[in-house]
Design a protein around this ligand. Structure first.
Ligand SMILES: Nc1ncnc2c1ncn2[C@@H]1O[C@H](COP(=O)(O)OP(=O)(O)OP(=O)(O)O)[C@@H](O)[C@H]1O
Ligand SMILES: [Mg+2]
Length: 571
């Protein structure tokens, strides 16, 4: 499993923890024996020298034991924390490699739970389990040997008690095990609902659906509560039962031990030692049983973490490096279906574009325009056909190299809660303040930004700006990068006609040497493009210049007519 790989990095430290725990267990096993010698040889015969000598040895053993125990604890927490940090890091970088599709497959909430709660679960297990896991078996076997060598007949108590304790452990594992994966799933669900509640707050409020949301959340919370309660009940019930077994065993030992002493077959010190050994052995068993109850729960978390770590990255990361600029872009019979979708979102799409040219894409909602841009960005892998850049299939190119040559304005804008400057620098870190101002000016964004445009804060991901203002900031961010392919996904829809035209003029200056793909709902936005692609339900129903399309494509003509774009404004 991928999840254990990170643990391998800590072999030496884990070895040290095992060694120290070994020393600790050894010390604890020998102390009762030393004590029995003090009682039976020293006290019984009144040999003060012997008592002092043994006392001194005991002090040394205690000091060594404590030292071993302390440093084992220290190193095991060190290892654990480093391990869980590694695990989080591995998860994070793996998630970064997933395609958008794959992220959707896991679900964002689930990915968050896996990186936080599941990692915590594993961390707790390693932290609490590493030492007991070594100590438990040692104390069990060691204690047994010591008890057997102390008194064979008293040791009969073990075969009588151990099966009962084993039964208790078996019961816990059998009854609690199936619940753990469900528990984590319900936690996922809770997180997801919480996210949805917060993100959808405006819609919820506007339609007065707070009660509904509250009910859904309450139900999910209740579901989680019930199953968590069930699991904990099972575990909690077993603790007192195991305690009873331990104490009954002790009573037996004392009763029969006293009789053996009466018959002169056992010394007082030996009985004292024996009582300590039986406690050690049974406690070790109980401790191990708790660890075992933790294992299934942790196992569920480990499987979830591992699912992400082991997930084969489908994104075709090409091997060939690509040095820009891009000079030619072609789509050949490009076809794409989202997973689980019945029909393709794009079907046999063809177009080609050269340096300095603009491609306009128009079509009804859901016709596949945004999907086409996402394919160009390699967010998804085409299900058929090819996208070629300078004659090379983009699946063969290194994704990072390719994306470095592109600049993108998504349909749904996203900003960080930082200053305008930091948000713009996201597309190009090396830009000077002067460059940034120019990009803002080209995107017509200076007019609403005030005296110090770069220092304006974008709060809560830019929600302190209007939709049209955010679009212009997103355009400025895209223009701030020197790319050879610019992609604008419906980036002008919220702009009024005048601003739309001005921004497109700014764009022309910046993108003269590049290729530009503009998705638009308005004919005015794309009519000046060198080529226009008309999409309808994923099919190309027109491809050519504005004038060609007016003549040849009934769909385009209808759109243009409905928008009053058949007469040329600029005449
Ligand atoms: N992540 C997704 N998973 C599954 N189906 C999707 C996904 N995104 C989009 N679709 C489907 O693909 C089709 C095309 O969507 P797309 O976003 O490309 O349309 P569009 O032309 O950009 O529409 P709009 O003009 O409304 O932005 C739609 O029918 C939509 O239901
Ligand atoms: Mg779209």
């Amino acid at each position: 499993m991928e999840i254990f790989r990170a643990l391998k990095n800590f072999k030496p430290q884990i070895g040290l923890v095992i060694l120290l725990t070994f020393g600790n267990a050894l010390g604890e096993l020998f102390l009762p024996r030393l004590m029995s010698l003090v009682v039976d040889t020293g006290v019984a015969k009144g040999d003060t020298d012997y008592i002092l000598k043994m006392g001194l040895i005991m002090i040394v053993v205690v000091i060594l034991t404590v030292l071993c125990r302390g440093s084992a604890a220290y190193y095991s927490s060190k290892v654990t924390m480093a391990y869980s940090a590694d695990l989080r890091h591995d998860l994070f970088s793996k998630i970064n490699q997933l395609t958008v599709n794959e992220t959707e497959y896991f679900g964002i909430s689930s990915l968050i739970t896996r990186t936080t709660d599941d990692v915590n679960q594993v961390e707790q297990m390693v932290l609490m389990g590493l030492r007991p896991l070594v100590r438990g078996p040692l104390m069990f076997v060691g204690g047994l040997i010591m008890a057997l060598t102390t008194n064979l007949r008293l040791s009969l108590v073990f075969p009588i008690t151990i099966p009962f304790i084993g039964l208790g452990i078996y019961y816990v594992i059998k009854s609690a095990l199936p619940f753990f994966p469900i528990l984590q799933k319900r936690l996922d669900n809770l997180n997801q609902l919480f996210r949805r509640r917060l993100r959808g707050i405006r819609v919820t409020r506007a339609f007065s659906r707070d009660d509904l949301e509250e009910d859904i959340f309450r139900q999910a919370n209740q579901d989680y509560y019930e199953i968590a309660l069930k699991v904990n009940k099972i575990i909690i019930n077993v603790i007192p039962i195991l305690g009873i077994f331990l104490n009954v065993a002790l009573v037996f030992v004392m009763y029969f031990g006293a009789r053996l002493i009466d018959q002169n077959q056992l010394a007082v010190g030996e009985l004292m030692a024996f009582i300590q050994y039986i406690t050690q052995v049974l406690m070790a068993l109980i401790m191990l049983s708790f660890l075992i109850t933790m294992i299934p729960r942790t196992w569920a978390s480990m499987v979830r973490i591992n699912e992400v770590l082991d997930y084969p990255v489908h994104e075709i990361e090409g091997d060939e490096s690509f040095q820009g600029p891009m000079e030619k872009l072609e789509a050949k019979n490009l076809t794409f279906s989202y997973p689980q979708a019945k029909r393709p979102v794009l079907n046999q799409v063809n177009f080609s574009l050269e340096k300095g040219q603009t491609l306009g894409i128009i079509g009804g909602t859901g016709s596949g325009k945004s999907t086409l841009l996402r394919l160009l960005l390699k967010f998804y892998k085409p299900t058929g056909g090819q996208i070629l850049v300078d004659g090379q299939d983009i699946q063969d190119l290194k994704t990072e190299d390719m994306r470095r040559e592109m600049s993108y304005v998504p349909q749904k804008n996203f900003f960080f809660s930082k200053s305008v400057k930091d948000n713009l620098l996201y597309s190009n870190q090396d830009a000077s303040d002067e460059d940034l101002r120019e990009a803002l000016s080209q995107a017509e964004a200076l007019e609403f930004l005030g005296e110090n445009p770069l220092n304006e804060e974008m709060n809560r991901g830019g929600e302190n700006f209007s939709g049209g203002q955010r679009q212009r900031l997103a355009i400025a961010r895209a223009l701030n990068r020197q790319a050879s392919l610019y992609l604008f996904d419906d980036s002008f829809s919220a702009l009024d006609y005048v601003t739309d035209r001005k921004v497109r003029q700014g764009l022309v200056e910046k993108t003269q040497e590049a290729m530009v793909v503009i998705v638009g709902q308005r004919v005015a936005t794309i009519r000046h493009a060198d080529k226009i692609l008309v999409l309808e339900a994923g099919e190309v129903v027109g491809y050519g210049s504005h004038d060609d399309l007016l003549r040849e494509s009934p769909v385009y003509r209808e759109i243009a007519l409905s928008q009053g774009e058949v007469v040329d404004h600029e005449e």
